[in-house]
Design a protein around this ligand. Structure first.
Ligand code: NOJ
Length: 703
């Protein structure tokens, strides 16, 4: 290979299909012919894939197939709930299955690599990208990282149903200042190792093929130029052997960050810091050959990067056959379409979180004769898809209205938006009130449009936008039962709404089967199981908010002077991490610890009696937390260590046991190594992170 052909393998260019970042769509054919392109992004579909691969194979000197990439974030044709929504299921098997179904659909259309899973811990709801990730908790994010990697990649990347996965965005993207997109973060090495990086370690352990560094800088070092994190931590400490792909235009943006004076220097800096593939900056292809000649970049390092890229292409089977494998990929998709649709429905059911349910208004009786569906999201299929819907279609998406109409064909349904999702216009509210006149129950559909969360969609006001509050207050004033459905990519801070609504469901962005899944929950065909993967704030001023905090030197009670709280609002969330109601009612009876003293290599064994006091069978979710009471570094007041789901019939009681390996008690010690320290620990079980609902036991660790 010539040096230029090697640099070509490290060059990723955007195809004509879509633009997912700044810059213009380039003409790529001639560059492929010249061996100056190794991978393309934003491409799918048999015709185009065959066309570009043919150029690479038959018209370039070396005939190396292209690596075709796309953001398959939560589905390709069949759209599953957004990642934040799906995190609410606390169901690793489901996370794996939906990733696998998405991989199957995308690979059938020639995509070989996805830029997912996104594993950024997000504790600040101003940041719009919270929707793309696992929520606030490290343990949960690690489970998701492993499950998604297994799901996308399957047993072998060479299978026709597998996609290479990319864990992103390496670093602490979720910690951007004040939740503002692309902004700086300033996080300690301890916090990186303890909070932000374990999900990546889990994806790496599951064999993730690629890693994407984040756009932002950490304490002045943009992640694209952060040799310490990309080499010492990622390669050495975490043992990652795959490909590092820059984010879109991120190499060129090193100029904007002010750490490189021109594109040549940016390329040298990014490459020497550990980036293998330059996405869309055209920096590596132009600079690297010259940089080797000038002794600024080592040929050996170039060879290692190229080898990693070629090895990935080989593992994907692209050298044997780079074309979509079946002559009629639409058939493959057709065959599995029904299966994927029912999986999307199940995923959407498990993503819905029942936040409040006064006087057990839900589930609704199917005998209802008059319902009103009011609000900008009552019949908005596009909003159900979220901001990363790949090739998903609005026309193939079931809106809330459609779902309810299918479930209750004989019920009279009034449908009216009443207000726009964003504009302050209140002129139609009177029509909405009119439409509610005969209604026995009102379904009020509020929230955010798909564009209000996702990339470059940070908000300073995380309430219901536009005139939605005015509409809601007017509807509440009618005095009829009102169920609010919240469509959003983040928790919406709206205490007034939780106060006044009879029931509220977080319906996020549920994907292709949104309406059917909603109807399943509303009318009780399915008992809700979704639990929050974030602490739901009362006000934007509480951000960042998360359960896994350290104690301070002061008390936290409100009203006590010199305590760690706010003088104008509670410091607690509106709903705690793990919150989610069911139509059943579970109580935790005795909690016991069978191992008052544990040693290295052993296990902490606890058991709890769980009872379903409700009037129907249902699934309880139990969260197990620990607290390390005294350690050389202050430990959080609660740390999630495990989750158990248990199905119980009405009136049934069961003993649930949980076992925790002693090694799981280790933490990042003073010297930034994993450390196990002797001493007393507390272990808790509860149905959320709400301290008031936790049962506690303690045990000692002796070394
Ligand atoms: C920029 C986003 O940050 C990243 O997540 C995405 O994969 C790329 N654009 C490619 O679309």
């Amino acid at each position: 290979m010539t040096l230029e052909e090697k640099a070509g393998q490290l060059n990723m260019v955007a195809s004509f299909r879509a633009v997912t970042g700044p810059g213009e769509i380039q003409e790529v054919d001639e560059s492929i012919r010249l061996g100056r392109v190794g991978s393309l992004l934003n491409i799918w579909g048999r015709e185009e894939v065959v066309r570009v691969q043919r150029i690479a194979l038959e018209e370039s000197r070396l005939g190396i197939p292209l690596l075709l990439c796309h953001d398959i974030i939560h589905g390709h044709r069949t759209i599953f709930p957004t990642p934040l929504a799906e995190a609410c299921s606390f169901n690793p098997a489901l996370w794996e299955q939906t990733a696998h179904a998405a991989a199957q659909e995308a690979r059938a259309e020639g995509v070989a690599l996805t830029f997912a899973p996104m594993l950024d811990i997000a504790r600040d709801a101003r940041w719009g990208r919270m929707v793309e990730g696992p929520g606030e908790d490290t343990w949960l994010a690690a489970q998701i990282g492993a499950a998604k990697t297994r799901g996308f990649q399957g047993k072998d990347l060479n299978f026709t149903t597998s996609l290479a996965a990319t864990a992103k965005h390496f670093g602490a993207y979720g910690a951007v200042t004040a939740g503002r997109e692309y902004a700086s973060a300033d996080v300690s090495e301890r916090t990186l190792l303890e909070v932000y990086l374990p999900p990546f370690a889990a994806a790496i352990a599951a064999g993730v093929a690629a890693i994407m560094p984040a756009f932002n800088d950490i304490a002045g070092l943009p992640m694209t130029a952060n040799a310490h994190l990309l080499k010492d931590i990622l390669r050495q400490r975490l043992g990652f052997k795959g490909v590092v792909i820059s984010d879109y235009n991120a190499v060129a943006e090193l100029l904007n960050h002010g750490v490189a004076q021109d594109l040549f220097e940016a390329a040298v800096l990014a490459f020497n810091s550990g980036v293998d593939i330059d996405m869309t900056s055209n920096a590596f292809i132009n600079a690297l050959p010259l940089a080797v000649d000038r002794g600024r970049v080592s040929l050996h390092e170039i060879d290692s990067s190229v080898r990693r890229v070629l090895h990935l292409k080989e593992r994907l089977g692209l050298f044997d056959n780079p074309y979509p494998r079946d002559p009629s990929p639409s058939k493959i998709v057709k065959k599995d379409q029904d299966l994927h649709r029912s999986l999307a429905r199940q995923a959407a059911q498990e993503s819905i979180v029942l936040l409040t349910n006064k006087d057990q208004l839900l589930p609704l009786q199917e005998t209802l004769t008059h319902l009103a569906m009011i609000g900008p999201f009552a019949d908005d299929a596009a909003a159900m898809l979220g901001s990363w819907a790949s090739a998903g279609h609005e026309e193939k998406t079931v809106s809330f209205f459609e779902g309810v109409r299918t479930a209750l064909p004989n019920c009279h349904l009034e449908l009216i938006a009443g207000v726009d999702a964003i504009k302050e216009d209140i002129s139609e509210i009177s029509h909405a009130l009119e439409a509610c006149r005969e209604a026995q129950v009102i379904l009020l559909c509020l929230g955010e449009t798909a564009e209000m969360s996702g990339e470059a969609a940070s908000r300073t006001d995380i309430g219901a936008p536009g005139a939605q509050r005015a509409l809601a207050e007017a509807i509440f004033n009618l005095g009829k039962p009102v169920i609010v459905l919240l469509t959003s990519g983040r928790p919406l801070a709206a205490p007034w709404l939780f106060e006044r609504a009879d029931a509220v469901l977080a319906t996020w962005q549920l994907g292709s089967e949104a309406g059917h899944a909603l109807a399943d929950i509303l009318f009780g065909a399915v008992n809700p199981t979704g639990r929050l993967p974030i602490s739901w704030p009362r006000a934007v001023g509480q951000a960042p908010i998360y359960y896994n905090q350290r104690a301070t030197g002061r008390p936290t009670e409100i009203g006590v002077h010199y305590s760690s709280c706010y003088i104008d609002m509670l410091a607690t969330p509106q709903f705690p991490f793990g919150h989610g109601l069911s139509y059943s009612l579970f109580s935790l009876l005795e909690f016991s610890c069978l191992t008052p003293l544990v040693k290295r290599g052993g296990c902490v064994e606890v058991g709890v009696r769980l009872r379903n006091n409700g009037s129907r069978s249902g699934e309880a979710t139990l969260f197990f937390f620990i607290r390390d009471l005294v350690a050389s570094v202050a430990r959080p007041v609660l740390e999630l260590k495990g989750v158990k789901k248990v199905i119980l019939a009405q009136g049934q009681e069961e003993q649930v046991s949980f076992s925790l390996a002693v090694e799981e008690l280790a933490f990042i010690g003073r010297e930034l190594d994993m450390t196990l320290e002797a001493g007393r620990f507390e272990i808790f079980v509860g149905q959320s992170a709400d301290p008031a609902g936790l049962l506690k036991q303690s045990f000692d660790l002796s070394l």
